[in-house]
Design a protein around this ligand. Sequence first.
Ligand SMILES: O=C(O)[C@H](O)COP(=O)(O)O
Length: 211
Amino acid sequence: MSGTLVLVRHGQSDWNLKNLFTGWRDPDLTDLGVQEANAGGKALADYGIKFDVAYTSSLIRAQRTCQMVLDNVGQSNLETIRDEALNERDYGDLSGLNKDDARAKWGEDQVHIWRRSYDIPPPGGESLRDTGARVWPYYLTEILPRVLRGEKVLVAAHGNSLRSLVMVLDKLSKDEILKLNLATGVPMVYKLNADSTVASKDVLGDMSAAH
Ligand SMILES: O=C(O)[C@H](O)COP(=O)(O)O
């Protein structure tokens, strides 16, 4: 057995609440988002984990979630590395549009394909494959080596940047990834084998609450 990798999606953001495509835009957490981030941190405190390092994106909703998790596990001053490689998928021309308005304009099926398919990008934006093409090299060069050294690593990021990681860790097919939604503030605890495959996965919360 090697180290531990904890993935957590940020708590609800202001634009999640307003039902707007967000991507690389930078809204803050809502009050509910703060509660979700704290609940995720409390679940990790109850799990009994102490981290060696934390990674987050360049966006405020993930950074604040990261800090709240660390506060809850009693590690407020832990080394935290921010990198835009972990940012949300770029939603391109959809950024800032209402998701229901987009469904009315382009149809339910097309919008679902843009939101959840593996390789079809929204107009002017990134597909999940494009997102993975920047998340994975960062994971492989910066994060995984620390896990393989036996460290416990927190990654607080975004619905789709984390889906691109989960797809590979959980060996999901293109069809299976279409159905995967990650709930806000629910930590996923992966223990990795020395060959970087997954030895175990614990989900600390209700992933079915995802929207
Ligand atoms: O960027 C966004 O709008 C959200 O963070 C994730 O959106 P999605 O659920 O449509 O992928």
